[in-house]
Design a protein around this ligand. Sequence first.
Ligand code: GUN
Length: 294
Amino acid sequence: MDLNGKALSDVIKEEIAREVLELTSKGLRPPHLVAILVGEDGASKTYVKNKENACKKVGFNSTVMRFAADTTEEDLLREIAAINENDQIDGLIVQLPLPAHISEPRVTHAIDPSKDVDGFHDVNIGKLTKGEDTFISATPYGILQLLDRNGIETSGKHCVVVGRSNIVGRPMSILMSRNDNPGNATVTLTHSRTRDLASYTRMADILIVALGRPEFVTADMVRPGAVVIDVGITRVDAQNEKGYVLKGDVAYEEVKEVASWITPVPGGVGPMTIIGLMQNTLKAYKQKLANRTA
Ligand code: GUN
């Protein structure tokens, strides 16, 4: 059966919108998210547009700051410092990837951890690793909610994660093994150097694939009845109006015949990622409010 991220994201968006309305009806300003976009990467532009649209839908203020591909790191860091100081801004994300001449770690560390709604700052990753309250980065956060709100039990299950990126695979593996719900799974983290990968994926009760290789996971790699979460979203050239189609890391048509639950691409993890970001922005806003009134 499909794990429908689009439908769940619509439900949660309504919940967030109601909460924002409650706040603004008390005379408070709405939460404000700033997204920085450097350069002209097509996929990044689409992602930022989707985030902007989601903000509008839930009643947040949003600002997209666009910088040319040849912007210097110094200029970018100066802008981030100004946003850190701006009390009218609750959350800041810098869309990745950045041009090669800009250091991703330096940019990530420049963001005030209390505004780091992507959860990429070392402080927030450290808290996540220790199981402390923090901003869980958007994709893992969205996946946790997709599992939770569809009543999928994770405790005691074997979760196999494919891909060890800082954005998805590694945090996902930490979250699934934590002593919490969802969590309490036995986790195997696999990656490009794993020998005989299929022998691991076939052992998974919950298989989370974040590799970026279109249709890499085929039906013979999946245990019958497994839950399959497909994080991949790659543009593959096609003879259509856009010139591409979006493909996940899982061969959906054949794997859906074997899996108990599977996320489609698009309409699975993608919309839930945006929800995670909206929830983190609301959380940052509320924390700021609590600090002001404390
Ligand atoms: N690039 C790919 N995924 C992400 C994300 O979740 N946040 C940001 N800022 N950039 C990304």
